[in-house]
Design a protein around this ligand. Structure first.
Ligand code: ARG
Length: 432
């Protein structure tokens, strides 16, 4: 006999069950601990409003703790025939405790149950992402300081343009991550609101104490309006996906730079042989496969908001089963992003920088603006100085002085790493 919470005595078609349950038995395992956490808060609240006795609560709590422990030990599974994690937890309780187990679902629906699980899950995943972002950020800042004075070419239109530095390059990605952290914090704040009590999406005639479950689960506030709470399924995922996409876009860009700087025509950065990959035919190859895979994964992660938008566009108000499919899009993504961030951190801990790149005469013209500025400081109007240097480039007489004087805030001589660190730290604080 199939075990549906909603089973009313007829056996649902096997194919229908398979199709509708989809990957839930596997994906919901990641929600299991949060499902128990949500149930604990819910039954404490039910007791406080008289829908469970003290004794019933005291029977239920240890049984839920036991399930929580089995989840932490990795022993919890969702049995065949059971639809999802919410059903599994309730079945386990009923099998163990009989009628008391059947009481926990008063004033609740799987719609607000899955919502509360997801919110708790996303809060934790976003914290995990922020920790990995913070590690990579620290690495980039440290590299920026370490290689602060090592110059490299700056490009526009992929043409040699002006002097840049490894200090600026590493530091730029660190600061760019602070912008992404704004998105992570925003997604966290959207997730950090309690949907429990919205039940099927329209509340309950029981006098549910939603402030109490909000407190117990550590949410910033309830998602007050029950309909808005249900609408947050999809909205929360899209916010999380936008945060993931933001970080992925920075990381993918960094991966592209590394691939390019590793290219033999540039040769600006190197990694130990054991961190590169080889070719089956060309014996000399040391390929940047790590950064190529990272670039590909990050590009794919950037399609997430689009995928979710299309999946959820114009759904009717209220719960719709389509929403279940979002789990398969977002769940693997958080893990994939964290793996990419941690890999980037690891690889960068082994990076070697080429020194004195700008000594090479192929970069001579990189100093033209420096030389124009020098003339300006001697009193020549900028447009005349520009023309003078331009003509010397044209007739082949230009010879660079190779001196770089960038001192203003955020430039080669003053990359403002402490100020950038302060920005990041104040954002990280918001997620503590
Ligand atoms: N697996 C379902 C989901 O993720 C749980 C909620 C089911 N609710 C329902 N009304 N069928 O959406």
């Amino acid at each position: 006999m199939a075990k549906q919470l909603w089973n009313k005595g007829f056996e649902p078609d096997k194919m229908i069950e398979c199709f509708t349950v989809g990957k839930d038995r596997e994906l919901d395992l990641r929600l299991a601990r949060y499902d128990v956490q949500g149930s604990i808060a819910h039954i404490k609240m039910l007791e406080s409003i008289g829908l469970l006795t003290k004794e019933e609560l005291e029977t239920l709590l240890p049984a839920l703790d036991e399930i929580a422990e089995s989840i932490e030990r990795g022993e919890f599974t969702i049995e065949d025939g059971v639809e999802d994690v919410h059903s599994q937890v309730e079945f386990l309780l009923t099998a163990k405790l009989g009628d008391v187990g059947k009481k926990i679902h008063s004033g609740r629906s799987r719609n607000d149950q899955v919502l509360v699980d997801l919110k708790l899950f996303f809060r934790d995943e976003l914290k995990r992402i922020s920790r990995s972002v913070a590690s990579l950020f620290n690495r980039l800042q440290q590299l920026s300081e370490e290689h602060r004075d090592k110059l490299m070419p700056g490009y526009t239109h992929l043409q040699v343009a002006m002097p840049s530095s490894f200090g600026l390059w590493f530091g730029a990605y660190a600061e760019s991550l602070t912008d992404d952290m704004q998105m992570v914090v925003a997604a966290y704040n959207i997730a950090n609101q309690n949907p429990l009590g919205s039940a099927a999406g329209y509340g309950s005639s029981f006098p549910l104490d939603r402030e109490m479950t909000t407190r117990l689960l550590g949410f910033a506030n309830p998602h007050y309006n029950v309909v808005a709470a249900q609408m947050s399924r999809g909205k929360t995922e899209r916010a999380v996906a936008s945060a993931i996409a933001a970080v992925a876009s920075t990381l993918g860009h960094l991966a592209m730079d590394v691939c390019m700087w590793m290219c033999n025509n540039f040769g600006f950065v190197k990694f130990p042989d054991e961190l590169t990959t080889g070719s089956s035919i060309m014996p000399h190859k040391k390929n940047p496969d790590v950064f190529e895979i990272m670039r590909g994964k990050c590009n794919r992660l950037q399609s997430l908001p689009n995928e979710l938008t299309i999946l959820t566009a114009n759904l009717p108000l209220g719960y719709n089963r389509d929403l279940q499919l979002m789990k398969d899009i977002v769940f693997p993504a958080t893990t994939e992003l964290i793996e990419c961030l941690d890999m980037a951190d690891f690889m960068l801990s082994h990076i070697t920088i080429k020194e004195d790149i700008l000594e090479d005469t192929r970069y001579d013209y990189i100093f033209t603006v420096e030389d124009v500025n020098r003339l300006v400081l001697q009193g020549v109007p900028f447009r005349d100085a520009y023309k003078q240097v331009g003509l010397s480039v044209q007739d082949g007489s230009y010879s660079p002085t190779r001196e770089v004087h960038h001192t203003h805030l955020g430039s080669i001589g003053n990359p403002a790493n402490p100020q950038i660190a302060a920005k990041m730290h104040s954002l990280l604080k918001l997620m503590e």
